[in-house]
Ligand binder design. Structure first.
Ligand code: URA
Length: 228
């Protein structure tokens, strides 16, 4: 790419800090040289919304730099917030099981979230998940765009409505469009499915069916991976 066409921000095209943050909200200084490690370090100091105040730490994405497939969830949960790693709690175990059944090796994919802090409300001693709002998702987009710009994945898989509506289209309906390949400038292959936590929340009578459908969607991803 000629120098004057280089993206203004080193994360790559699209990885731009928003200039419409609410007063008092700021991004940290961004790395001069883009790398996942440098962005991870910068994101640890993000103050672009209020979630850093109640989250233990920023939970950046995880996986190999060579990963050709990126899975995008909503936000870290309670266990991820404590561990500082995405998808290591109950939803992560569902994801691991489904990936294994679909024939996708988690070690080869990159896993991240639309929002990188845990949003929660107290219920006694428990911290209950709260859905991030539009502003929080938008403020955090810089980090996800940087991850995607550095990785340039062949396949992006949105897990659940928050990721799909942030990355594909605000009116995207996962229930209607799940498991279908979607035309998108994000990556050559883009697909959405349910969030693994929806399987944990499903009534016991339907949970197995929900898991089967989730695995079926991931098998579409596995087929794309085999074709790369
Ligand atoms: N749910 C998510 O969306 N992401 C995680 O990392 C964990 C649970």
């Amino acid at each position: 790419m000629p120098r004057d066409e280089e993206p203004a921000y080193p994360g790559g095209a699209g990885a731009r800090p928003r200039d419409d943050l609410e007063p008092g909200h700021t991004y940290p200084e961004l790395p001069e040289r883009p790398s996942l490690g440098a962005y991870r370090e910068a994101a640890a100091h993000c103050r672009a919304c209020d979630l850093w105040k109640t989250g233990t730490q920023t939970v950046f994405g995880e996986g190999k730099r060579e990963a050709r497939v990126v899975f995008v969830g909503e936000q870290p949960g309670d266990q991820e917030d404590r561990a500082g790693r995405p998808f290591v709690g109950p939803a992560g175990r569902v994801l691991d099981e489904a990936l294994a059944e679909a024939g996708i090796d988690r070690e080869t994919v990159y896993v991240t979230n639309a929002v990188k802090h845990f949003k929660w409300r107290a219920a006694g001693k428990r911290r209950l998940h709260e859905k991030p709002n539009r502003r929080e998702v938008a403020a955090c987009r810089l980090w996800l765009d940087a991850e995607l710009a550095i990785l340039r994945p062949q396949v992006v898989v949105c897990l659940g409505a928050t990721a799909a509506q942030a990355l594909i289209a605000p009116a995207f309906r996962v229930t209607r469009e799940r498991g279908k390949l979607i035309d998108s400038p994000l990556a050559p292959h883009v697909i959405a499915t349910v969030h693994p936590s929806s399987i944990l929340r499903a009534p016991e009578e339907t949970r197995e069916d929900e898991m089967r459908s989730f695995v079926a969607d991931l098998k579409v991803v596995a087929k794309v991976i085999r074709s790369l």
